[in-house]
Design a protein. Sequence first.
Length: 187
Amino acid sequence: MSRIGKTPVEVTKGVTVKVEEGTLRVKGPKGELTFDINEGRYGAINVAIEDGTITVTRKDESRLARTQQGLVRSLIQNMVTGVTETFSKTLELVGVGYKADAKGKSINLNLGFSHPVDFPLPEGITATVDKNTRITVSGADKQAVGEIAAEIRKLRPPEPYKGKGIRYEGEIVRRKVGKAAAGATGG
């Protein structure tokens, strides 16, 4: 049995959880998230709410049910955590002239292109910019926060020669050696 899957999810104070027609709804002070349990790939999983805990069980012992139990439990745990404490990812802009500016529901980026890049943020995701070179993407949905941060990074990934580009906070960019001087031996 899955060690992660059999562990119950504790519902913290201020969070309400409901299962209605195969949809799990988690509502808290930071937002509301939904999860479709009856979706085709999760059909072998049961979710029960009892006394402030959420339990994920399998309907049968099939391979699909065994693989999905831990995943569904982790997704539910992330939902409960996300509506109480938001998830965040921090990106750093490295390069001469690279800067960012948050304006409403979008981020304006200058990344060395001939034009500024305007990146719109979806509903439920917020971004703040510190010192024009640090972008913090935050929200209640862990997957959405990670995906938006990856899409912003994809606009100008760090290159291996000078290390310029957008990188995650603490990411180490492996640097390559540049071209050697030609004709040093004269022949």
